[in-house]
Design a protein. Structure first.
Length: 266
């Protein structure tokens, strides 16, 4: 069984720098961490690996990311925690990608892996974007069934995966056949600590770093060039502690309140 976990490097703080020309987050790697939802996705994959390995099935967990060269540091941390190998897509041609361009690049990378993929695991969303689109878009790209917002550790039985997911009516249990894609909620699992043997292995483990050309990506579909959407502005909202006392009858107070709300919306 081959599981691919997609991870993203995100700022470790909510105070991020924006490029004034491209309107994208400046990712210099100095304070980046693994997206918390993706850390949960990794643990879900590792737990499946443990269960399948105990049953005598060879199971491989590959981690993949698209980012700057420093992201390799985070991928090695994933190996230290139990992943088998890692692939980093790093190229200026990938910079500024929205979810569509990111999905395209990741799909190119997955297609270049040396073993067919049975399961793709993603975090429900990234804390620096909150779009929750990458997992479903990958499912669409590969025409695989997808279970989103998985709330607890899924169960694998043969070539079938059963998972408990959140839905509008509460929660439901869904089964899909492999190959498939799942996205997981942040509280679905707690990522294990790295082991000492894992840390030592991660120091020398090969992390493949590939460019757009290496994975056969059309650069017209990557980065800003391949992104039909773009963040125009990102900012921390200004907040005021000012209070206004409204006097008068209930009707007068309601009219004054409506006027204040209307003024604030302009």
């Amino acid at each position: 069984m081959h599981i691919v976990v997609c991870v993203k490097a995100v700022p470790s703080t909510t105070e991020v720098k924006m490029d004034p020309e491209t309107h994208t987050i400046v990712r210099d790697g100095r304070a980046s961490v693994i997206n918390p939802f993706d850390a949960t996705a990794l643990e879900v994959a590792l737990a499946i690996k443990d269960a399948r390995s105990a049953a005598g099935e060879r199971t491989r967990v590959s981690v993949m990311s698209m980012g700057i060269p420093d992201t390799e540091r985070l991928l090695r941390d994933c190996i230290a925690r139990g992943a088998d190998d890692a692939l980093l897509l790093s190229d200026r041609a990938f910079a500024g990608a929205d979810t569509l361009a990111t999905t395209y690049a990741l799909s190119c990378g997955i297609s270049q892996l040396d073993e067919a993929v049975d399961l793709i695991v993603c975090g429900k969303m990234a804390v620096d974007g909150d779009t929750a689109q990458i997992g479903p878009e990958l499912a669409g790209a590969f025409e695989m069934p997808c279970i989103t917002d998985v709330q607890e550790q899924p169960v694998v039985c043969g070539r079938t995966l059963r998972a408990r997911r959140a839905c509008d009516g509460g929660r439901e249990t869904v089964e899909v056949d492999f190959p498939a894609v799942i996205t997981v909620a942040k509280d679905a699992a707690q990522l294990r600590m790295p082991s000492i043997p894992g840390v030592l292995a991660a120091e020398t483990a090969p992390v493949a770093v590939k460019t757009a050309a290496d994975v056969g990506a059309d650069t017209a579909r990557t980065g800003l060039a391949g992104s039909p959407t773009q963040v125009v502005r990102s900012f921390v909202p200004e907040r005021s502690q000012e209070a206004v006392a409204i006097e008068g009858s209930p009707a007068e107070q309601a009219a004054a309140l409506a006027a204040l709300i209307e003024e604030g919306c302009r």
